[in-house]
Design a binder for this molecule. Structure first.
Ligand SMILES: [Zn+2]
Length: 456
């Protein structure tokens, strides 16, 4: 093994010579890993991440390099990266100083070695003594005195690397949650023309809000999806009461921000409720299993919404919300609304809407095509959903008529700008109703459609 490592190190010296080519300052990166093996899956993935951040750092320091002339290899001596610097106003010494700064500022500081060599492949040294990985002594003195056992050193490195990879993954998941949840909300309101709902062209059956109200609240909510993800990382997969309370606290804060941004109009209260749980469950599953499978996603949603109808609709005597009023008039089967859907882990979303959206194998980003697919997904949801928003503003006959008309439009080959569809738009306007519950489910469906494709 030692022989192989020595040979690999000699190869690196030759490589360094050829990359410098008598013309370029070179920068090389390796990890400071005592013992064997010098690389494995974890070490390699840490190394790849550091190469990326090193290259970002070079760009940010206005140092240009060539991807074509860079070499990235893994051998008996471990992972190794080298790149020639093509242009910079800095001297070799100044480049060395910058690279030391990079090392020091990095989360894995003492485990990283960034070396700088001049045009003749001679090392530019800082003359500073390297610190030990584990303690405050110099690395050389700890090595001579054998202050730490190899097992301790390797364990320490493994923990540091796992923490590093986990913190990167957390950040990536958070960014995806913010991006996709915001996109789902923006796409829902942008799909046009929609029956009774606010869209790009009209405010439908609403007089107190318009397209811009939704842009306001979607923006105001954006940062909170990241906070929900943070809650999910701290969840152990079992605890119920405290986590639910934390989620509800965030939800209440989000509603307040939403109202603040719209001068007091409720644009997305339902969406906060549904997406809140979906973002939580998705973040947890991605972090824990690197992918999102449908069954565990639904189980988590059901787990936190168990007996929700009983808790929130059955037990309240005063009917303060629309949902409560509709429930007292129509009962559980028809008037359970979104609470009932959540209790059952969103059957319309998972069994009907999502399979339809997933049936399109291409991920076409053409706007009018996306609009058409989402509009048809909405119609499919409307054809199944006993939307309490419609019941609240009208009655059962109107709801049934809308469900039938929606299914007819969905099944029709007709362009959605003509015939039957115009009739549905007129019908909703005439009865002054808006399928807000179905719209929330559309955002939820689209969010799951996006996030299910992620492997982080
Ligand atoms: Zn030490």
């Amino acid at each position: 093994m030692l022989q192989e490592i020595l040979e690999a190190r000699e190869d690196r010296a030759v490589l360094r010579d050829s990359v410098a080519d008598g013309r370029y300052i070179t920068i090389s990166l390796s990890l400071n890993i005592p013992g064997y093996p010098k690389s494995n899956k974890l070490i390699h993935s840490v190394f790849s991440e550091i190469v990326c951040s090193l290259l970002d750092y070079l760009l940010a320091s206005r140092i240009s390099f060539s991807n074509d002339l860079s070499i990235n290899k893994e051998d008996a001596a471990g992972d190794f990266f080298i790149t020639p610097i093509l242009s910079t106003d800095l001297s070799g010494r100044e480049v060395k100083n910058l690279m030391e700064q990079f090392e020091q500022e990095h989360q894995l500081s003492r485990l990283i070695d960034v070396d700088v060599f001049d045009e003749n492949a001679m090392p530019i040294s800082s003359g500073k003594e390297k610190k030990c990985i584990l303690c405050t002594n110099s690395a050389i003195s700890c090595m001579r005195e054998q202050r730490h056992s190899m097992d301790d050193i390797r364990d320490f490195i493994k923990n540091q690397f796992e923490d590093y990879i986990n913190s990167l993954r957390k950040n990536r998941i958070k960014k995806k949650m913010v991006s996709y949840a915001t996109r789902a909300l923006l796409y829902e309101v942008s799909v046009s023309p929609k029956p009774g709902l606010v869209d790009r062209i009209s405010s439908g059956s609403h007089t107190d809000m318009d397209f811009f109200s939704f842009l306001n609240s979607s923006s105001a909510l954006a940062i909170y999806w990241s906070e929900i993800a943070e809650l999910a990382y701290n969840w152990d997969g079992k605890e119920h009461e405290k986590t639910l309370k934390d989620l509800r606290c965030l939800g209440i804060e989000m509603e307040r921000e939403m109202l603040d941004s719209t001068q007091g109009v409720n644009t997305q209260k339902g969406a906060i409720f549904i997406l809140g749980f979906i973002v939580f469950a998705s973040s947890y599953l991605l972090y824990k299993f690197e992918e999102i499978k449908e069954n565990p996603l639904r189980e988590i949603i059901a787990f936190f919404n168990k007996d929700l109808v009983d808790k929130e609709l059955l037990s309240t005597s005063e009917k303060s919300s629309h949902g409560e009023e509709v429930f007292s008039t129509y009962g559980r089967k028809l008037g359970g609304g979104i609470r009932q859907e959540m209790e059952q882990a969103l059957p319309i979303v998972f069994n009907i809407a999502l399979p339809y959206l997933n049936s399109f194998k291409d991920s076409n980003s053409d706007g009018s095509l996306v609009n058409d697919r989402l509009l048809r997904t909405l119609l499919l949801i409307m054809s199944e959903n006993d939307d309490t928003n419609i019941l609240y503003r009208s009655n059962l006959n109107v709801l049934e008529a809308i469900k039938i008309k929606s299914l007819e439009c969905f099944n029709s080959e007709e362009d959605l700008l003509f015939g039957k569809y115009i009739n549905l738009l007129d019908f909703c306007k005439e009865h002054n109703v808006s399928p807000g519950g179905s719209a929330d489910m559309l955002s939820a469906t689209y969010f799951i459609y996006l996030i299910q494709k992620e492997r982080i």
